[in-house]
Write a new protein. Structure first.
Length: 371
């Protein structure tokens, strides 16, 4: 009986396999495609797990002003919300990263609303003087002894064109817990943008471009890779363009966090020059002897090319000087002075090659801390 049962099982299995094989051979390409699509559709997207792991560390940031302090005679004015945005927690102690542009320049009250709806007071502990980055700290942690969920920081220097990314935030300040997916559409993007209406446009360099939706209110939220690591901070959406969002690479933020831990504030190096990157057209327009490097020049005739009391002034740099190289590396449109400074700190000594009145020479400059 044992042997006959085993044989029956074997013969049945073989028959089924033969039938299945015939069925597969007779199926059309369309049927096979539909079957493959069905299998893919029934698989859970990895984005679901990333969203579940990431969302607990994504927060809303509310900025409000107490108008009773401003208009002391009025009893009808209370605290009014003036702005909002997104952020994310990177340390269990309650350190929150966000954009500088969503914060107020005036005295204001800051609150963090966690993913589960709890509202906690917060304070600004650092603003990056160059990049659109701010760091907040949840203020009433000691009373509640909370350990917050965090998001792991990735390495933005390893980001590749075309890789999948997910943007998190609170779209338009209305739709909480928003997740949008896309790809990295571009790397090293450069734009000029105003951080707020009261400041001049500033250059933003090295940005990550994505087609994942970054709407107003999403600013300050994390841009995450398929491993669930933060590779950037959502910062800019280009109006008039479709599906173009820009994020600040997370490696810039890491440097700010290191400075904060080591010095108690963000330290950015200052050289103290205003300049134009030269090309053939500018060479002809200014009647120069070089078509490369950085021409030291005043801005709009009002702001001097050499910042007073800066390292550049102390080293003897003058307007109309052309800075050709920094530490034996050429200055180009792809690598400007700002790009060089990203890799240095206050106190570092740079060796500059200068062209002045058709004569080349080299000088040393000790970088100061930008105030």
């Amino acid at each position: 009986m044992e042997g006959s049962h085993s044989g029956l099982v074997r013969r049945t299995r073989n028959a089924l396999e033969e039938k299945s094989s015939r069925r597969f051979k007779s199926c059309t390409l369309r049927q096979f495609s539909e079957y493959t699509m069905f299998l893919n559709f029934t698989k859970k997207s990895p984005i679901i797990k990333i969203a579940k792991d990431t969302m607990p560390a994504v927060v809303s940031i509310l900025i409000s002003e107490n108008f009773k302090k401003t208009f002391k005679k009025s009893d009808n004015l209370n605290e009014i919300e003036i702005s909002n945005g997104s952020g994310f927690i990177v340390d269990e102690s309650g350190i929150v990263l966000t954009n500088r542009h969503i914060l107020s320049d005036q005295p204001a009250d800051y609150s963090i609303i966690t993913n589960d709806g709890e509202k906690l007071k917060a304070k600004i502990i650092a603003r990056d003087p160059i990049n659109d980055i701010a760091i907040l700290k949840i203020a009433d942690l000691q009373e509640k002894n909370i350990k917050f969920p965090i998001i792991k920081l990735g390495n933005s220097s390893k980001v590749e064109l075309g890789e999948n990314v997910i943007a998190f935030g609170n779209a338009l300040g209305i739709f909480k817990n928003t997740v949008s997916a896309g790809i990295v559409s571009g790397l090293g993007r450069h734009i000029s943008a105003k951080i707020n209406l009261r400041t001049e446009a500033q250059k933003m360099r090295g940005l990550i471009q994505t087609d994942a939706a970054i709407n107003p209110g999403n600013s300050g939220g994390p841009l995450v890779n398929i491993k669930g690591e933060v590779i950037g901070i959502n910062s800019v959406m280009l109006y008039g363009a479709e599906n173009i969002g820009l994020a600040i690479p997370i490696n810039i933020v890491k440097k700010d966090l290191e400075d904060l831990k080591k010095y108690g504030h963000i330290r950015r190096p200052l050289l103290g020059v205003r300049y134009l990157i030269l090309d053939e057209n500018l060479k002809e327009n200014f009647n120069l002897s070089s078509n490369r490097g950085a021409l030291v020049i005043s801005e709009n005739g009002h702001r001097p090319g050499i910042v007073p009391k800066s390292p550049a002034e102390s080293a003897g740099l003058k307007e109309k000087d052309i800075i050709l190289e920094i530490n034996n590396e050429k200055i180009t449109s792809e690598k400007t002075i700002e790009d060089f400074l990203e890799n240095f700190s206050a106190g570092d000594i740079l060796r500059l090659k200068i062209l002045r009145a058709k004569k080349e020479f080299e000088i040393n400059v000790t970088l100061a801390e930008r105030k």
